[in-house]
Design a protein around this ligand. Structure first.
Ligand code: MRU
Length: 344
């Protein structure tokens, strides 16, 4: 599987997620400012992917601010802050930036080595989380063909490779256990329509797109066996921030008695926040909503609420699955119940 982000001779190469599905092209970004712009435009998007890009951007800054073997740490730290602030909700970005800044005293090469480690770990960690999640889905739903529902894009594009929730769907499909994947279009930037549809087609997995507001109806009418989504930040109490629309799917899944599984690498955990009430939710521009395909659709001056994410409370989530297994307060209950179900 080709990587969606790579480091090539001092340049970040990344799949341009704004160009898909019409064109598959690579961006070549050679300054931290260009990486910040790509992250803010969502040309690079998805929590793990922006973390990797952010770490590489700090490495670029460290190289650029090194003269005669001496690194201007203050200048790099200032760039690092701008990079970490590019998007506020996905904790992977500030986590990755902090991790590479921690190597600054070792010079630019040490920063780059750490950024490179984050990049190479990403596929392994997400793959492990995806395997764990697929195993849990089969324990909860049975080893049989399943109808799955996902939201936004959590696949290879949102990570370096493989993906989180979509990675688990790949594993299940590889086992012959997927009848169909339903996914929301993901208004307003259409990560579902443009990116998840493209990835599922690329992987040869049967799929059908829903208007976002149809997700709860699909759950209520028995069209879904399990919901699998990714995360941008998971708090200490198990509350999860993810793409706007996740919360309504969780409410509907809870009501319908359908398992709701969150798949994320441990870099998405933020144990410094007690609950989802503390998460800063990014609000994006009104223009993303007032126009469609370049055509204005709302009367000029219409006020807009355009949050990029929402928070799903832990009590609506069956499990948060990382590369280390189940996370959070639900862990004990779920392990006990799946063990006793298997025994009975
Ligand atoms: O605004 P986006 O497209 O970056 O939002 C992405 C999501 O909400 C994903 O579900 C999340 O980052 C998990 S990606 C593996």
């Amino acid at each position: 599987m080709s990587l969606s982000i790579a480091w090539q001779d001092g340049v970040v190469e990344a799949v341009d997620q704004c160009a898909l599905p019409h064109e598959y092209r690579l961006l070549r970004l050679s300054t931290p400012g260009e990486v910040i712009d790509a992250i803010q435009r969502l040309a690079i998007r998805g929590a793990p992917a922006i973390g990797v890009a952010g770490a590489l951007a700090v490495a670029m800054s460290a190289r650029a601010h090194t003269r005669d073997g001496v690194c201007d740490e203050a200048a790099v730290r200032a760039d690092a802050q701008r990079i970490a602030d590019a998007r506020p909700t996905a904790v992977n970005l500030s986590w990755a930036v902090r991790r590479v800044v921690g190597k600054l005293s070792g010079g630019a090469d040490a920063v780059l080595a750490e950024a490179y480690d984050i990049l190479t770990e990403d596929e392994k960690r997400n793959r492990a989380a995806a395997d764990e999640a697929a195993d849990l889905v089969q324990r909860l739903c049975g080893r049989r063909p399943l109808r799955l529902l996902t939201h936004c894009n959590t696949g290879r594009l949102a990570t370096v490779a493989w993906g989180t929730a979509l990675g688990a769907i790949r594993v299940l499909a590889g086992n012959g256990h997927v009848t169909e994947v339903l996914f929301g279009e993901t208004r307003p930037l259409l990560q579902g329509a443009r990116l998840t549809a493209w990835e599922l087609a690329e992987a040869g997995i049967p799929h059908r797109m829903l208007v976002d507001s149809a997700g709860p109806a699909a759950l209520a009418s028995g069209m879904v066996d399990c919901v699998l989504v990714g995360a941008d930040r998971v708090c200490a109490n198990g509350d999860v921030a993810n793409k706007i629309g996740t919360y309504s799917l969780a409410l509907a899944a809870h009501r319908a008695g359908v398992p709701f599984i969150v798949v994320a690498p441990e870099s998405t955990l933020d144990l410094s926040l007690a609950s989802g009430a503390d998460i800063l939710i990014e609000e994006r521009s009104a223009a993303e909503v007032t126009a469609f395909g370049g055509v204005e659709v709302a009367p000029a001056g219409t006020e807009v609420f355009n949050p990029a994410f929402d928070v799903t409370p832990a009590e609506l989530i069956t499990a948060v699955v990382t590369e280390s297994g189940l996370f959070g307060p639900l862990r004990t209950t779920l392990l006990t119940s799946t063990v006793s179900e298997r025994a009975s």
